[in-house]
Design a binder for this molecule. Sequence first.
Ligand code: DSN
Length: 443
Amino acid sequence: MTPMSALQKTDPEIAKLITLEEKRQREVLEMIPSENYASQAVRSALGTVLNNKYSEGYPKKRYYQGNAVIDSVESLAQERAKKLFGVPHANVQALSGSAGNLAVYVALLEPLKDKIMGLSLAFGGHLTHGQPQSATGQFYKSTLYELGRDCLLDFDAIEKQAVREKPKIIVCGYTAYPRIIDFKRFSQIADKVGAYLLADISHIAGLIVTDQHPDPAPYAHILMTTTHKTLRGPRGAIIMATAKGLKKDPDLGKKIDSAIIPGIQGGPHDDQTASIAVMLKEDSTPAFKTYAKQIVKNAKALATYLSDFDFDLVSGGTDNHLILIDLRNKNVNGKVAAIALEVANIVVNANGVPFDTQPPLYPSGIRLGPPAITTRGMKEPQMKKVAQWINRVIEEVKKEKLPAEKDARNEFMKDFKSRVYKNKNLLAIAKEVKLFTSKFPVP
Ligand code: DSN
C-alpha cells in the first residue's frame, strides 16, 4: 500500500485536504519568497520509520538505545552541512529557524542582562532578532536598528548604535531585504564592540552556497539557516559555528549543542534530519547551482518588468531572490493587493515597507520572489507574463480604498471579501494563470 492510499483508507478527510493543497500548489504562481517546492526525494525521507525513534543527545552520545542507524543519518547530515557551508561545526537538530535563533541566544547570552542587536521587524528583520513581541526581546535586552532613508543598511548608524548599546550579539540577515548584505562591514562593527556576529541566512542560504551572494562564513561567528526556503529542503534549521567563531570562543560548538539539548529542545525529528541530509546532497550539485543562478536572473527580470509598470520597488530593485513593492504610489493597500492576487492565482504576502505608516496586518506593500516558480522551470520570458498579470490585478483593485479607522476598515474588508472572490476580471486572470502553470510541472 502506498503512503497516500493508507492515509486515504484511515482518514479520507485529511487525505482529501492534502489532495486539495497539492492541487492549489500546482495551479497557482507560488511567489512567497520564503516558500519553495521540495523534491520528491527530500519529501520521501519525511514520514518514514525514522519518525518512530527517540534520539535525545548527539551521535554516539544518546540518552536512548537503538540509535546506530540514526547516528549515521545525523553524522551524514552534519558532515554534508559542514562541507557545503565551509564551517567546522554544524548542528542539524533545530526544529525551525525561531528555535535556531533562540538556541544561539541561550548558548551565549545571560537572560535579562545581555543584549541582542537586530534589524527591526518593521524594516525587514525577524521576530526572533530581539523584537519586544518575541521571547527573544523579553528574555534578553535588545536594541533594534533601522534602515537609512534610502532603504539600505546604514553602516555608520549601525556602528554608532553598536558602540553606544554594547550588544553581545549583532544579528544580520533578513526577511525582506532585497540587496546584498556586506558581511565584512558587519564583522568590523561586531569586532570593534566585541560582539558575536550571527548571520541569519535563512532566506539567502541557497544563493550563498552557489556563489550567488557573498559568503558570510569568513566574517560571522555563527550562521543559522532554515532549510525550506532557497535551500529547498524540509522544514528545519541548521546552526553552524564558523572557524572565526571557534577562534573567538573554542567552546562555541559545544555551547550551541547544549543550548539545543538540554537547553530548549528534547528529541530531534530524525526523519527531518534525514531529509535535510538529502537536501544538502541535492544542494551540492551543479544542477542546484544552475537553479540558484536562475532565481537571481528571474528576480532581476521580474523587477525590471514591474518597474516598467511603475511599481515602486523598495531600494529600486533586487540583488537576490526577493522583491518588496511599496504600493502607496498605486493607492492600493498591501493586504487588499495580496487578497486580489490570490483570487487571480498569484500568491504573495502583504508586507510592511520601510517607514510604513500602516499597521502590520494592513501594510503598504507586498513581498514576492521567484524561488518556487524557478523550481518549476520558469525563466526570464515568463517573468514578463507574471509582471503583466500582477499589473492587471493591481489596476483592477485601484478603486478599493481601505479606510484608516479600525471599525470602518473591518466593514470595508468584509464587503471587499464578499465581492473580490466573484470579480470576473480577476477570475479571468486566474484561469489564464492556471492554464499557464499547467505547463510547468511541480516536483
Ligand atoms: N516566515 C519567514 C518568511 O516568510 O520570511 C521568516 O521566518
